[in-house]
Design a protein around this ligand. Sequence first.
Ligand code: ZN
Length: 180
Amino acid sequence: MKFCSDCGTPVDLRIPAGDSLPRHVCPACGSIHYQNPKLVVGALAEWEGRVLLCRRAIEPRHGYWTLPAGFMENQESTADAAARETLEEACARIEVGEMFTLYDIPHISQVHIVYRARLLDLDFRPGEESLEVGLFDEADIPWEQLAFRSIEFTLRRYYEDRRQGSYRFHTGRISPPLGL
Ligand SMILES: [Zn+2]
């Protein structure tokens, strides 16, 4: 951040009184502009044992496969975000179920959350941000072409749990230099 979003004055980077980290502080109006982690929320949507995947039409990881997921918007719940992203990326309607994975990526200040979900019908197609969309059996998952480690983590836990006969909530994290 270079300028105060409240008044347009160039901001300083300094530790406010009583705080412990440097913040962008406006010397004119006194606003403190905090920067906090971003939530990425997605859905693992099932249809008769198959899973809905999207091939990305956008960077990062253009051309790689992912679960429908994206940045949460203000004024929505995480479950709403999962349903909205699935509608945007796969034009698919889902019933959102339990939260399944929470994956910390501290070095890029992101948290990825994936819900299990039920696809409501087969009326889906690629949205603006997808090249193609499809339902995959476990044997057909493109493991080598998955876009993000959080997605691989989620799919691995899903098939492990499915074999065990019950789904649990899983947390994971990644550290540099492994990237996303
Ligand atoms: Zn200001």
